[in-house]
Write a protein that binds this ligand. Structure first.
Ligand SMILES: Nc1ncnc2c1ncn2[C@@H]1O[C@H](COP(=O)(O)OP(=O)(O)OP(=O)(O)O)[C@@H](O)[C@H]1O
Length: 737
């Protein structure tokens, strides 16, 4: 098992490269993989099957990391038994080895190094918080599971009684067979019935507990993620976060349920059946104690081989799904480049591979089944319980698994030794029957326990990943702090001596002793070269980040002392270049700016934003659903809905971050009209690329190298003949080309 940051190394060939890319990207400038990655393209491997040297290097590193990691996960079974649960937390950490690559400065190649990424601990007290509300149901489930296991121990003994009646009747042929057999038979049937009821009871309760714990975890984790700073999202990929919400919690839930039901049952049965075995025949028990571990070991070895095959087959299915997912998710790009055929080829290649691997798995299971059948004594179990997922068509091999491999040995051995004991009257035939059934139960339980260890490790690993984010505290708190009453808020903003580096790039100072004042109800435009830090200024005003040094003030108060949800929710309206809409109705999207707004307020905001006319031209009007991220609307329409969304809260300060730069001339004109109306009577910060759009601003500040180097009105700055007039000249020249 590999943990490459968030353990999803092995999904698709491209995504393997991407995982490496993300990991290297995370660690900042010293990683050079991004250049390799971009020059080769993410699909180079899967689509051409002749990977470019760069991608093949990434790929071979990935594979090496995978091999390295998977060998670590194959802990010898015996060791697991010896060390037991005490090592589980540690082994969970061991499994978290992270492989990543680093640029070798001397020869410019990638070398594999060991990660120093801290591995999260499993926090039992957090688990307790989730389990506490379900404690009653959990205790009931444990009691029922325990009861079912105890009854299971009784079954071999009752079977023995039954066989003794049959044997006596055969031997002596006296008495009434029916009345003699009735008692033990009814007892046995009753026992099976009660055991069935107990089993159903604990499964119902456990699934209730598991589902509720998982649902609570999901809600709490989601709430915790939403609380995190923007810097957190800079450092973590969305896919990884979603994975913690879905796959990790799912894995944890399965392990939780399995460990309690299966673990409790297997341990109780093993101990109970061993006691029964000892009571029935201490001599035969001695023999079993010597032989059984070898048989369980052999069964577990073959089982682990099949599980490995199964895991590889599943990963291959995931690879194929990944290719389809990527192609369908980016269907517009695929179509725009007429790449349908190539995507189909990539998908077909991965699907064929998965087909081949599943066929191999089917063959492996078939051989195992054959060997087990030859072993005479069968215990039929579900594959899935043992972590083997088989997609093979043949139901006779996909539904059943005979785990106690080489049973013939123990069965024949027991019958041979038991027969000797029967002939010397040391044992009855019923005892032999009881012994055989009880020893099978022990064997099956031990096999389950060995597999459960792996499940516990996986559960602890995924639980630790979930809990890591649950206990994470944001540095910028959403609530708490003061509010300025609406009637006394002027909307003056001061950036005083701000220095700032993004947390993901601490060495790179974006703003250096930056100073700027936004006077109340005035429009200030910030212009400058791309990457000069203009959007960063807006991000600091929104408090997406706090400055490294210096202070941002609102009406003379440090914004760090103000209530952030009030600041973002009521004071600042933010409109950026690529407005993101939610896949709900237009009405809901505009209301996102003020959840308690009436329909009339929504319509009024839409009118201010020049959006009312086009909205009412749709058949469903304000109830029109806008599709995923607003895909069914044009750029200009999306932007006007975003403006309405910002205006509905009637903000005192409006931040426009390149709000019209992605639009064509006609859309820009309509949106600009809406913006001109929207900015009246508010403090406005405009971040602009196209200098033509900000010529009417009260103040234009030119940024260079992280600070303001020129400031004035359009005409003043032109008169200076400095950087601003240079920018104007350059844009004019570009426009004429
Ligand atoms: N989230 C981030 N994490 C790390 N660095 C960032 C982040 N956002 C921006 N940067 C870096 O900060 C610098 C300033 O970026 P910013 O987006 O503020 O520039 P800009 O002037 O708005 O550029 P443009 O006009 O191209 O939008 C750039 O070097 C950029 O790479």
């Amino acid at each position: 098992m590999i943990q490459l940051l968030c353990c999803r190394l092995s999904t698709t060939a491209p995504s393997q490269s991407r995982s490496f890319y993300s990991l290297c990207n995370k660690t900042g400038d010293k990683w050079k993989l991004s250049r390799l990655y971009t020059s080769s393209g993410p699909r180079a491997y899967s689509s051409s099957q002749q990977p470019s040297s760069a991608v093949s290097r990434i790929w071979s590193l990935t594979q090496r990391a995978f091999r390295h990691s998977s060998t670590r996960s194959n802990n010898p079974l015996g060791l697991k038994f010896l060390l037991g649960p005490a090592v589980l937390t540690v082994s969970a950490r061991l499994l978290f080895h992270v492989a990543y690559c680093k640029a070798d400065k001397n020869n410019n190649t990638l070398v594999e190094v060991t990660a120093k990424v801290p591995i999260p601990d499993f926090k039992w007290h957090i688990l307790w918080e989730f389990v506490k509300p379900q404690l009653f149901a959990l205790v009931c489930a444990v009691v029922l599971a325990f009861g079912a296991a105890i009854l299971n121990i009784q079954i071999p003994l009752m079977l023995g009684d039954l066989v003794n009646v049959v044997a006596r009747h055969l031997r002596e042929n006296t008495g009434n067979y029916i009345s003699e057999i009735q008692g033990p038979a009814l007892k046995l049937l009753g026992l099976y019935g009660v055991q069935g009821l107990l089993t159903s009871g604990y499964i119902i309760l456990l699934s209730r507990v598991g589902e509720r714990v998982a649902a609570d975890m999901r809600k709490t984790l989601f709430a915790s993620l939403l609380r995190q700073d923007v810097a957190f999202f800079d450092a973590n990929k969305t896919g990884q976060l979603v994975n913690r919400l879905t796959a990790d919690i799912q894995e944890f839930k399965s392990s939780f349920k399995l460990v309690i039901s299966q673990g409790l049952r297997s341990i109780t049965q093993t101990i109970g059946c061993f006691v029964s075995l000892y009571i029935i025949s201490p001599k035969l028990t001695g023999l079993t104690v010597i032989v059984l571990p070898c048989l369980v070991g052999a069964g577990a070895l073959i089982g682990s081989f099949l599980r490995k095959l199964s895991r590889l087959a599943q990963e291959q299915v995931a690879k194929a799904t990944g290719v389809a997912d990527e192609a369908l998710g980016n269907v517009r790009t695929v179509k725009a480049f007429a790449m349908e055929e190539r995507e189909l080829q990539s998908y077909a290649y991965e699907v064929d591979k998965s087909c081949e691997m599943n066929e191999n798995l089917g063959t492996g299971i078939a051989i195992f089944q054959g060997l087990s059948n030859m072993a005479l004594n069968c215990e039929c179990l579900h594959y899935e319980r043992f972590g083997i997922h088989c997609d093979a068509e043949c139901c006779c091999i996909s539904d059943l698994l005979i785990i106690p491999f080489l049973n013939a040995g123990i069965v024949l051995g027991t019958i041979f030794a038991g027969g000797t004991l029967i002939s010397s009257n040391e044992m009855s035939p019923g005892d032999l029957m009881s012994f055989l059934v009880a020893s099978q139960t022990v064997q099956r339980s031990l096999a389950s326990i060995s597999i459960l260890f792996g499940q516990v490790v996986r559960g602890i690993s995924s639980g630790a990943r979930v809990f890591e984010y649950l206990s994470l505290q944001p540095t910028i708190l959403l609530c708490g702090g003061g509010r300025i009453p609406y009637h006394s808020l002027t909307g003056r903003v001061d950036f005083l001596n701000i220095s700032f580096s993004y947390p993901t790039r601490p060495g790179h100072e974006v703003l250096k002793k930056f100073n700027l004042t936004l006077p109340p109800c005035k429009t200030v435009a910030v212009v400058g070269e791309s990457g000069g830090g203009k959007s960063t200024v807006a991000a600091l005003l929104e408090r997406f980040y706090d400055p490294t040094s210096g202070v941002v003030m609102l009406d003379g108060l440090d914004i760090r002392t103000l209530d952030l949800s009030w600041l973002r929710g009521q004071v600042i309206g933010f409109i950026n270049q690529e407005p993101v809409l939610f896949g709900s109705s237009i009405m809901e999207n505009i209301r996102f700016g003020k959840p308690d707004a009436t329909d009339a307020e929504v319509i009024s905001a839409a009118k201010q934003a020049n959006a009312h006319r086009f909205i009412t031209s749709f058949p469903d009007g304000y109830n029109t659903t806008v599709g995923e991220r607003g895909v069914t609307l044009s750029g200009g329409q999306k932007q006007r809905i975003a403006i309405a969304r910002a205006l509905i809260k009637n903000p005192s300060i409006l931040v426009l971050d390149e709000a019209t730069s992605a639009l064509d001339a006609e859309s820009e004109r309509v949106v600009q009209e809406a913006l001109d109306r929207a900015t009246r009577g508010r403090t406005v910060l405009i971040i602009a690329h196209r200098l033509s759009t900000i010529q009417g601003a009260d103040l234009i500040c030119v940024m260079s190298n992280g600070r303001v180097v020129e400031a004035g009105t359009h005409l003043e700055l032109l008169g200076k003949g400095g950087l601003y007039s240079d920018l104007i000249r350059r844009q004019k020249a570009e426009g004429q080309k």
